[in-house]
Design a protein around this ligand. Structure first.
Ligand code: SF4
Length: 555
């Protein structure tokens, strides 16, 4: 709107906030925010700038309760949307949650996009459960429900997370980034302590995409940030997610710093407190934050941005140069189309390949898994392909015998399979097994989806254990057969793990109870097993080395 001449009682409305003009002088304007007693006086020049900014942000002007700018267009009432967590959002191409992968393996985005037809959907039961847990946490943090409304199977972990978040910024306004920016644009100081729940944040390395942060808290004094908190809820109990140098959370944190710097100042030494909350994992314990200054976060995130540029450039080059889609594209073709990109496989829970959608057909990953495992007479890939399945009798042979059988089957004299070779092979066993199991799972998923793949088929697996179809009927029948109660039922003390969950609060509250509980538990010592030299655990002596030396016995 150009130019806007304010009149007393005019209302500027933006994102649920209303600024009311009180008085207008040739050189000053006095206004207040609806619902607040505090008025603000600014120069006419300043007011013109603020009102121009707010119109650019989408503010509407009301005079005598009628909207006069922008001219209203008749609309149908939208159906209100239920509150959902950001876990429902589709992921950005360089999404923060995948950043562990694309910051390490910058070719992976291009590879995945070029092979989109080979990638199977990952809408698993576990991810659906995680999404539901996020939804309950969001509703609770927004005050839409109370703890009792959360279904029992989600209640404990969700409350651990929400209690933790609520303890970080005690008296806070729950708001949105946009609202803070609007306040700043309208000349108001943004709130002192704020929290943002499931906030969509424009990503600092690609503003057109957003990432959803589970929880952000900010404490500030006179518009200067004192501490920024970032929390991420993980519902999974399987893989423990590390907090230190977590790229996903660093991206959220730095995106908030960049985006909110129009409303708050973030000094270089302002602490940024980042943590994962994963209450269902047995090793998780209380969240241990990774605390970093804004200056160090900036340096860390500049490196992520550099990787993002590499990954995005590679994806764009591949899209321009490799067509048509729907044809398998090899790693080699990707590198030819985008020479700056890098395939960098890394295994394990923290590795880049763990969550990669191409892990079952990535030749670079397979090559890394079997690196140096080739025999003098054949490559490791050929050897894997030639490995026979031993029959029942052959499987019962000694280890030495089985190695010889396999060596013969792949046309290799067994003396070539030296200790040195075997040690090397065992060192790669985890990566090879992981690749094989991913390949099996991938092929099985496609068959289950109805695809036909030459060389493999679906068969019926082993039947499950027998169970009573109807326990009440079964018990009546067994009673009728004259079986006594002790013959019909097993009555057994619950395991320490199950009791620990029941006694959780008491064990936390009393060291005496905890000590007594632990004294009552016994466990058999672990069986000695093979590990490679780089394993973190200390080497132990074999049982035979602990036996007394025969010469020490007196005869
Ligand atoms: S499987 Fe590993 S190496 Fe291959 S594209 Fe994925 S992350 Fe990169």
């Amino acid at each position: 709107m150009n130019p806007y001449t304010p009149l007393p009682h005019d209302e500027l409305r933006l994102d649920g906030k209303t600024i009311v003009i009180d008085r207008v002088f040739p050189t000053q304007v006095i206004f207040h925010q609806a619902g607040s007693m505090e008025s603000k006086e600014v120069t006419r020049e300043k007011f013109d700038q603020l009102s121009k900014n707010s119109f650019l942000l989408g503010a509407a002007l009301f005079r005598n309760n009628e909207q006069i700018y922008p001219t209203p267009t008749p609309t149908t009432m939208p159906t209100p949307e239920p509150t959902l967590s950001g876990s429902h959002n589709t992921h950005a191409r360089l999404s923060p949650s995948d950043s562990k992968r694309w910051t390490n393996c910058t070719a992976s985005i291009a590879f995945q996009e070029a092979n989109a037809h080979r990638v199977t959907a990952d809408d698993s039961e576990y991810s659906n459960e995680g999404t539901e847990a996020h939804d309950w946490a969001t509703k609770l943090l927004l005050g839409e429900i109370g703890p009792i409304d959360i279904p029992e199977n989600f209640r404990d972990p969700v409350l651990s997370y929400t209690d933790h978040c609520q303890s970080l910024v005690v008296v806070a306004v729950t708001t949105s980034l946009q609202s803070c920016l609007d306040d700043a644009a309208l000349g108001f100081d943004p709130p002192t302590d704020v929290v943002f729940v499931e906030e969509q944040i424009p990503l600092y390395y690609q503003e057109e995409q957003t990432g959803t942060a589970d929880f952000i808290g900010l404490t500030a004094t006179d518009g200067i940030a004192d501490r920024l908190f970032v929390r991420d809820y993980k519902h999974g109990a399987g893989v423990l997610v590390g907090t230190d140098e977590n790229t996903q959370l660093a991206i959220y944190a730095y995106s908030v710093v960049k985006h909110l710097s129009a409303a708050y100042q973030f000094p270089d030494d302002c602490p940024v407190d980042i943590a994962i909350v994963q209450p269902r994992h047995r090793e998780a314990g209380d969240p241990t934050p990774w605390v970093i200054t804004v200056a160090d976060l900036r340096t860390f995130c500049e490196d992520i941005e550099y990787r993002a540029i590499q990954a995005r450039t590679a994806a764009e080059r591949v899209r321009e140069r490799i067509a048509p889609l729907g044809v398998d594209v090899s790693n080699k073709e990707i590198l030819e189309a985008a020479p700056g990109a890098v395939f960098a496989p890394s295994e394990g829970d923290e590795g880049a390949c763990r969550w990669c959608k191409c892990k079952a057909f990535c030749a670079v990953r397979l090559a890394a898994a079997v690196e140096d495992c080739h025999l003098p007479s054949m490559s490791a890939e050929d050897m894997l392909a030639a490995m026979p399945t031993l029959d029942k009798m052959e499987s019962k042979a000694s280890v030495q015998g089985r190695i010889e059988l396999v060596a013969n089957a792949i046309g290799c004299p067994s003396h070539i399979v030296t200790d040195e070779y075997l040690v090397n092979l065992v060192g790669h066993a985890k990566a090879i097994r992981s690749f094989l199991s991913d390949a099996e799972e991938y092929l099985e998923e496609r068959l289950l989806a109805g695809e036909e793949i030459s060389g493999v088929k679906l068969v019926d697996g082993r039947e499950g254990n027998r169970d009573w179809a109807n326990e009440v009927e079964a018990e009546t029948f067994l009673k009728g057969q004259g079986l006594k109660e002790a013959e019909r039922f097993d009555f057994k003390l619950k395991s320490p793990a199950k009791i620990e969950a029941v006694l959780k609060d008491k064990l936390k509250a009393s060291t005496r109870t905890k000590n007594r509980f632990e004294q009552l538990i016994t466990r058999s010592s672990g069986k000695k097993k093979l590990a490679i030299d780089s394993d973190k655990r200390d080497a132990v002596a074999p049982a035979v080395a602990m036996m007394p030396v025969i010469d020490d016995f007196e005869v």
